[in-house]
Design a protein around this ligand. Structure first.
Ligand SMILES: Cc1ncc(COP(=O)(O)O)c(C=O)c1O
Length: 372
């Protein structure tokens, strides 16, 4: 479906064309080359971490991070249920079991107050997700993790440039992961990054993403690895995007401010806030319809006829067929409620104030058709 106002689109605001052309002309298009080195170094610097390892997707980044942390069969990993399915899938790829934890009702990120009750002797770690651009409460999550001696993976797939208590997303856990899918704040089309300051984890990730090859011995594979590499060609796009990350985040925050202005004071609506001490990078502009009589799907259908694309919140992962066995849904009510009432409005860096005003007007008309 091609609509006049898509939810997401990439925006080229820097050296993308020049770097890609340079890469093509150099013939260094595959999984080694100067753009990869520059992208990784610049990304580590941006996050304030020692190592950044580019890979083929955000899902691969999560899988590599968990493997490098030694996750395997029999382990349990705590994950927020309200997020993209890749989080649980990466846990399952390792033969481990995702254990779903509810969201807190304000930002819909992982509820740290519910973590401890989900810990068992098999729990090895927690994946905290900065949902839709808002940082998870990392200090509270880390405090529980330290008490129970489990690791923290920070999934920042949706939150490039977000900040939590003065620290940039990517530097807040034992390992962080990012996605560069085409709808993200920084994109390479498809791609991912593992970020860590732990050299042992970085070495494991580097090996596993390249089929497990021993670094000093070509074509010698002492263990089974993966082809999860990123090509130099895509790193060229990523580097150009990263060079303008402040602009991208600023534009997205401007779009969010315009939505807030246009929808301020409207009864029955709640936008994703920005909690004190946090910078929400506004990957998505999220609205929750609070009136139980409101039809979220009806609103989305009406907006589609006006050429405006919207997306529903992610279905909580514990409701998906492969993850629903034995789950106590009463403990996951916040996630379930937000998922049925929430939607994402068009959210990208090329939107102008008039676009946002128009979308907001159509949105309000769709929410309360009688009053339009
Ligand atoms: C929170 C989260 N984690 C992981 C991923 C997976 O990233 P990718 O699509 O690059 O594999 C996504 C993708 O949107 C995501 O939103």
């Amino acid at each position: 479906m091609s609509l006049r106002y898509p939810v997401a689109r990439p925006v080229w605001a820097g050296n993308e064309e020049q770097y890609v052309l340079d890469c093509l002309r150099s013939t260094r298009i595959s999984s080694s080359g100067p753009y990869l080195e520059r992208f990784e170094a610049a990304f580590a610097g941006h996050c304030g971490a020692r190592h950044a390892l580019a890979c083929s997707s955000g899902t691969a980044a999560l899988h590599l991070a968990l493997l490098a942390l030694g996750v395997g069969p029999g382990d349990e990993i705590l994950v927020p249920s309200l997020t993209f399915v890749a989080v649980a899938n990466a846990v399952a790829y390792c033969g481990a079991r995702p254990v779903f934890v509810d969201s807190e009702p304000l930002t819909w990120t992982l509820d740290a107050a519910r973590l401890a009750e989900a810990v068992t002797p098999r729990t090895r770690g927690v994946i905290a997700v900065h949902l839709y651009g808002h940082p998870a409460d990392m200090d509270a999550i880390t405090a529980v993790a330290r008490r129970h001696r489990i690791f923290v993976v920070e999934d920042a797939a949706e939150a490039h440039g977000a900040v939590y208590r003065g620290r940039t997303a990517g530097s807040l856990g034992d390992v962080a992961t990012f996605s560069f899918y085409g709808n993200k704040v920084v994109t390479t089309g498809e791609g991912g990054m593992v970020v860590t300051s732990d050299s042992r984890i970085a070495d494991r990730v580097a090996r596993l993403r390249g089929q497990g090859m021993e670094p000093a011995r070509r074509y010698w594979f002492p263990e089974r690895g993966y082809n999860y590499r990123m090509p130099n060609l895509l790193a060229a796009v990523g580097l150009a995007q990263l060079e303008r990350i402040e602009w991208h985040v600023e534009r997205r925050r401007q779009v969010a401010a315009w939505y807030a202005e246009s929808l301020a004071g409207q009864p029955g609506l709640r936008l994703q806030p920005e909690l004190d001490g946090c910078l929400n990078s506004r990957w998505m502009n999220c609205v929750e319809l609070l009136d139980p009589a409101a039809s979220r799907d009806g609103v989305m259908a009406r907006l589609a006829t006006a050429g405006i694309e919207t997306r529903p919140f992610f279905p909580p992962m514990h409701t998906l067929p492969m993850y629903s066995d034995g789950v106590d849904r009463r403990a996951l009510r916040v996630a379930e409620q937000a998922a049925t009432r929430g939607l994402n409005l068009p959210s990208h860096a090329a939107l102008e104030q008039d676009d946002v005003r128009h979308i907001a007007r159509e949105f309000l008309a769709a929410v309360a058709p009688g009053q339009a």
